[in-house]
Design a protein around this ligand. Structure first.
Ligand code: PEP
Ligand code: MN
Length: 351
């Protein structure tokens, strides 16, 4: 695969920004968002008109009617317009309407049959396609989806990193797992990568820091959800920002030169930071559960220290650590410290 998303030898200045509402709701909302974005220099407008929703009953998009609104944006502002396609029918409608750019959503990338249908429908067309990562952290599935589009003859392909689902929702709506897009860059260096901080964070407060991290990792662009009245948005209200706030966020970004950002150490350190963050969250969860156990023991008049259980933990964790290529003694030391803190917290409950 050899993406020609950016013309050869002419990567534009970073970040290339795509912005617009999660969903097109009305012609007025689309125009009221597009105008200020265009005034602030955004050249590519996004809006979903078919919305894949996790549960039935939510707003599933305005459908084909919205294509005319995107055409109006294009006509009035000169911006390029992009929307999400999930079926062959969506593709035909978009091609007919002259939409400039299409993206494939995370739920669709995860489904090879759907991807093939879309690729077949695209055959013979020539427009840039952005492929979001699949919901699950599976790099081959992501690359496979891009290959299907590429094999259909569309070579202007870019990837969008929008984070990965996890059962346990924590700080992020979708975990960034930065090592996955980093590995994508290593395997397919010519495929531009956009970061979608809106869907990773799920909260508008996280957009700035996620965008900065993406820039520090050498990402090419950002796709950010922006709405003229975010709190009243029909979908993803908590993660959208006004065009004014988006402009403010973009102006604060520090763009380091390519030579610095591809420095291997900084990428590896980002991964270490992410590992530590995950360890910390798991540790906090472990302590919470331990306090629940403490409450149970208290209510049932049980002793806090149950020696059998303690030895079993140290033994099993040591063995497991060894299987994972670590030193059993080191692992025992770590779990002694964790257990000690657990006991201390359970004792606190008795005070
Ligand atoms: C979107 O971009 O609005 C969207 C539905 O994204 P994702 O496929 O990443 O969930
Ligand atoms: Mn959205």
């Amino acid at each position: 695969m050899n993406s020609t998303f950016f013309p050869e030898g002419a990567r534009p200045e970073r970040p290339v920004v795509i912005a617009g509402p999660c969903s097109a709701e009305t012609l007025e909302q689309v125009m009221a968002t597009a105008r200020p974005l265009s005034d602030r220099g955004i050249r590519i407008f996004r809006a979903g008109i078919w919305k894949p929703r996790t549960k039935p009953g939510g707003f599933e998009g305005v459908g084909v009617e919205g294509l005319a609104w995107l055409k109006a944006v294009k006509q009035e502002t000169g911006m390029q317009v992009a929307t999400e396609v999930a079926t062959a029918k969506h593709v035909y409608e978009c091609l007919k309407a002259g939409i400039d750019m299409l993206w494939i959503g995370a739920r669709t990338t995860a489904n090879p049959f759907a991807m093939q249908e879309i690729a077949d429908a695209l055959q013979g067309a020539d427009l840039p396609i952005l492929v979001k990562n699949p919901v699950s952290p599976d790099l081959d599935l992501w690359i496979g989806a891009m290959e299907r589009i590429y094999n259909a003859g569309l070579h202007r392909i870019a990837a969008i990193h929008r984070g990965f689902s996890s059962y346990d929702k924590k700080l992020y709506r979708n975990l960034p797992q930065w090592h996955i897009p980093i590995e994508l860059r290593r395997r397919l260096p010519e495929v531009p990568i956009f970061c979608d901080p809106s869907h990773i964070g799920g909260k508008r407060e996280l957009i700035a820091s996620l965008s900065q991290q993406a820039m520090d990792l050498g990402f090419d662009g950002l796709i950010v959800e922006s709405h003229c009245d975010p709190d009243c948005a029909w979908s993803d209200a908590s993660q959208q920002v006004t065009p004014e706030v988006l402009d403010y966020i973009l102006n604060l970004l520090v763009i380091r030169s390519e030579t610095q950002t591809t420095e291997p150490l900084s990428q590896l350190r980002k991964q270490i930071d992410e590992c530590d963050n995950n360890l910390m969250q798991e540790l906090a969860k472990r302590m919470r559960i331990s306090r629940e156990i403490g409450t149970f023991k208290k209510e049932h008049d049980m002793t806090i220290l149950q020696t059998g259980r303690y030895s079993e933990i140290l033994e099993q964790r040591g063995q497991r650590g060894e299987q994972l290529g670590m030193d059993a003694g080191f692992i025992k030391k770590v779990w002694e410290a964790i257990h000690e803190e657990s006991v201390r917290q359970q004792l606190e409950l008795l005070k």
